[in-house]
Design a protein around this ligand. Structure first.
Ligand code: ASP
Ligand code: MG
Length: 415
């Protein structure tokens, strides 16, 4: 049994949905688990609607245009689809903003994108003679109530998947939503932006699938973002280990949480182009293989450097480090890079105005007398399998704030 994941770009319009049907039909299998993201940029639009609805602003126009976009695609595909249902749901939810925290509210609103795209896809496939059952992911992906970053309850999820999917797959494919899950109290959670890859991996893991396929608008995993680095080449093969390293350092082609559930069961991951489905793309499988990689470049913009001098009377010690780590973890800021010197600690994180404000307040409360400084708007470049010529070419005379090297990986933080 196979698990396919189609991202927002692959279903952005009627032609995209037809193409998804063609790809599915090109396989002999009649029992594929199909995980779909929200159409095009729907999630971004819903995020704006959520903010506006929460603050009591006017979101009606944005909402109507989103519904019209979905209804338009349905009409073009000859479907009698009524998305007013989701619109009503949104309006009701938006009216209930006052007694929920924003992150909880966000999840209830933003999850509607996947509910809409999956019902559209399921109905289109039925109309094209491709048998399938629409399954509500909130009934099978069970999470805690960490809003916007639902943590999977594996035991409950495995039980729910085994109770639901084998039966549904007897009568054809299954179409379900990426990115969303169900909290114990019946509310919806989301798994973090771009989380549909992860959903597909969870389902592949729980069903012991023969493989997971991610259908993208790029030929596979490339050695760099081709928009920024025209010399980027396709990586035909990666170990799980290499793929985890790449996603950790910022390769956005696969969601970082995707690989572990697959690696545990040695399920291969195929990253393929939905525009050229006949091409072989990238396969991520096994760790027991030597693969000669070219240099691989990962780039993250919007980085913030926080420099902390914990004390003027002693070196940076382990108690201070423990406290600093605890503060970062409490504020849910992931450390991208850290460098510890004799009297100061430099920490690089993604810029997030909301999280940083409370983090800085806490750090300053601990270390006000000595010093906490912040530099924003920096770039973090990570190169794996580097060589000196390439580094010279990439960095030129850029102003470097921090540099860190191991045998395989080098990182530069620069302006
Ligand atoms: N639709 C969600 C997002 O855009 C999840 C995904 O695309 O994987 O973040
Ligand atoms: Mg998306």
């Amino acid at each position: 049994m196979k698990v396919f994941k189609f991202g927002g770009a692959s279903v952005k319009d009627a032609a995209g949905l037809r193409n998804v049907g063609t790809i599915i039909s090109s396989f002999q299998d009649k029992d594929i688990i199909i995980v779909v993201s929200a159409i095009g940029k729907t999630t971004n639009a819903l995020e704006k609607i959520a903010v506006s609805a929460y603050e009591g602003g006017d979101y009606q126009e944005a909402l109507q245009s989103l519904i019209a976009q979905h209804t338009g695609i349905a009409a073009e595909l000859g479907l009698q689809n009524e998305f007013d249902f989701f619109g009503d749901m949104l309006v009701t939810l938006a009216g209930q903003n006052s007694h929920r925290s924003y992150p909880q509210f966000y999840d209830q609103i933003v999850s509607i994108g996947e509910l809409m795209s999956s019902s559209l896809l399921s109905q289109y496939l039925l109309s094209a003679g491709i048998a399938n059952t629409w399954v509500d992911a909130r009934e099978i992906i069970k999470t805690d109530n960490s809003w916007r970053e639902g943590q999977v309850n594996w035991e409950e999820t495995l039980k729910a998947v085994q109770n639901t999917l084998p039966a549904a797959l007897k009568s054809g494919h299954v179409v379900t939503q990426g990115f969303i899950g169900g909290a114990p109290d019946g509310f919806t959670t989301t798994l973090g932006r771009e989380g549909s890859d992860y959903t597909a991996a969870i389902l592949a893991h729980c069903t012991n699938a023969e493989g997971q396929w991610i259908w993208k608008d790029v030929p596979g995993v490339l050695s760099a973002d081709p928009k920024k680095y025209p010399d980027a080449v396709l990586l035909p093969e990666l170990t799980y280990y290499e793929a985890i390293e790449m996603t950790y350092y910022g390769a956005s082609v696969i969601h970082p949480k995707t690989i572990y559930p697959l690696q545990q069961k040695q399920i291969p991951l195929y990253v393929r182009s939905f525009l050229h489905p006949e091409e072989s793309g990238t396969v991520i499988a096994t760790d027991n293989k030597f693969i000669p990689y070219p240099a691989v470049i990962m780039h993250k913009s919007g980085q913030t450097l926080i420099s902390i001098t914990p004390s003027l009377t002693t070196f940076v010690g382990d108690m201070q480090m423990a406290n600093i780590y605890a503060i970062f973890s409490r504020h849910k800021l992931r450390i991208n890079t850290i460098q510890i010197a004799a009297q100061s600690v430099s920490i690089v994180v993604d810029y997030d105005a909301y999280l940083l404000e409370s983090l800085m307040a806490d750090l300053k409360a601990s270390y006000s007398k000595v010093g906490v400084r912040e530099n924003t708007d920096l770039q973090l470049l990570t190169v794996r399998h580097y060589n000196e010529d390439l580094l010279k070419k990439l960095m030129g005379d850029k102003k470097v704030y921090l540099e860190q090297r191991s045998r395989s990986t080098v990182q530069f933080l620069y302006e």
